[in-house]
Design a protein around this ligand. Structure first.
Ligand code: NAD
Length: 306
């Protein structure tokens, strides 16, 4: 990849994450050809420097890099495959980066199909949410050959603060799913600990002051603290506005538990976390930050004021 102005990026999927990523690339001087089936998403990106196009074919035409940010693996395959798809229309040697969170096997299949057509491909799911996408501070977990990851650095550097190569194709998705399964378990555990502390007559702040610097320390407590007060910036202080919504956590747990089953892993807590978030996703808390699980636990436990 030479300079941004000489690099054309095709961007497919301009939603909550893809929109800001595409805009940041355009602002950094890349020529960005953006496509989304939703007109509103296309208009929003066009207003900030992305060149709107009306088909995938037009988005990838002449593009050195093609980035996708789509809701699920079926849509990634749909956009990659077929006569009108990314693989059939990308220029030889183009670099495909899928930033969607999808199943590991789907990611490997997509990369294999791209490679068979003479293209280069990476899976690069992100963490950092919409705030990170807008600020250009996302963390990318990347799967694919080392030289291809290095070739993609100029675009990763604009869209994020770091891009870590986790291994071959699929490894980025694998790390993302393992991390989020762990995160779900942590968030539930932190919620249960606060509820128990409260029932035992301990102030939230007192429990936080000790646990956050003791062996209970973790992001779900120190940053995403599920009770209002100890961490003023956490979603609990704004009625659990996300943040990372229950619906997205539920999606990621579904992918993680699919892998758990397929690999025969004895993940008792991961499975319980899956049940907890799947039930929560059926309530009016589905759109709230996933730390809202504390409120559910506190209410079920008869914690006063929860
Ligand atoms: P989103 O629904 O806001 O955006 C997806 C976009 O893809 C939509 O604008 C939709 O219209 C578009 N789209 C769907 N089918 C299409 C097609 N065939 N062609 C072109 N465009 C199409 O979702 P999002 O929140 O931006 O998430 C995107 C991906 O990033 C997901 O895989 C999600 O799991 C992952 N992710 C999201 C977050 C987050 O906080 N939102 C965080 C980390 C990872």
């Amino acid at each position: 990849m030479s300079s941004p102005a000489d690099t054309t990026v095709g961007f497919v999927g301009l939603g909550h994450m893809g929109g800001p990523m595409a805009i940041n690339l355009a602002k950094a001087g890349f020529v960005v050809q953006g496509f989304d089936v939703a007109q509103a998403a296309l208009d929003a990106a066009a207003a900030e420097g992305v060149t709107p196009v009306s088909t995938i074919k037009q988005a990838v035409e002449g593009a050195d890099v093609v980035i996708t940010s789509l809701p699920n693996g079926a849509l990634v395959h749909q956009c990659y495959r077929g006569d009108e798809g990314i693989i059939a229309n990308a220029k030889p040697g183009a670099l495909l980066i899928d930033t969607s969170t999808i199943d590991v096997d789907d990611a490997r299949a997509a990369a294999d199909e791209a490679r068979a057509a003479g293209l280069r491909a990476l899976d690069a799911p992100v963490s950092g949410g919409v705030v990170g996408a807008k600020a250009g501070t996302l963390a990318f977990m990347v799967g694919g050959p080392e030289d291809v990851v290095e070739a993609a650095r100029p675009v990763f550097d604009v869209m994020g603060a770091k891009a870590v190569r986790c291994g071959d194709s699929g490894a980025g998705q694998a790390v993302k799913l393992c991390n989020n399964m762990l995160l779900a378990i942590h968030q539930i555990g932190v919620g249960e600990a606060f509820a128990l502390a409260e029932k035992l007559g301990v102030e939230d702040q007192a429990f936080f002051d000790v646990a956050s610097v003791a062996t209970g320390t973790c992001w779900a407590l120190n940053v995403n603290c599920p009770v209002p007060g100890p961490v003023p910036a956490s979603p609990a202080n704004r009625d659990y506005e996300p943040g990372f919504a229950v619906g997205l956590m539920n999606k990621d747990l579904g992918l993680a538990l699919g892998a758990v089953d397929k690999q025969g892993v004895d993940a008792k807590l991961g499975k319980l976390a899956g049940e907890v978030y799947s039930s929560l996703n059926e309530t009016d808390a589905a759109g709230k930050d996933f730390s809202v699980v504390y409120r559910e636990i506190a209410r079920n436990s008869g914690v006063e004021g929860a």
